[in-house]
Design a binder for this molecule. Sequence first.
Ligand SMILES: [Zn+2]
Length: 196
Amino acid sequence: MGAQRTCVVCRRHMDQEDGYCVVLGPDGSPALDVRRKLPGRGAWVHSTSECLSGLGQRGRLNRAFKQPVPIPKGADGDEPWPLPLVREWQRRRQRELVAGGFGAGQVRSGSNVVQGVLVSGWAQELALAADAGTTVASDWGKKAKGYELPLHRSQLTAAELGAAMGRTGLRSVIALGPGPAAQALSLELKRGLSSL
Ligand SMILES: [Zn+2]
């Protein structure tokens, strides 16, 4: 558990791992500190689409920072700031972490392999591709439930999951085993905007 913060949108207490910190740049424009490295005082927000889409509304950031904060405008028809940025960031981050976890031997893929590591007890969590169909999702949902393991929905498609692991084929499900690389991926999947 990290330090407790209050979400500026829903006003509920939140763990730092469940969201993002907004900081102001030198010109006073807001930026999401997705890598948690920017200096300055921050305002915290949950990584849910509800809280993120409320971030630029009702002068919430003006109040949080006690100064006028210009909200970046999205293109017409786009989701409000900062949702498109967060989605893009999460996709990039998940790709890195799947690749890293696979390289470290802490992420495995392929239906038979995943089935095997479920039975052996190695798998700690499962994640589905963003485009895994309802039949596949309900199949793995039942298995995850049977083994009492969390099941996530990745932001990456089956082709992207395969590519992240250097494979040409589709990978609609991955298993996360023990280890820090798999743990880092698990945290990112938990705060991912895709949900089951
Ligand atoms: Zn919130």
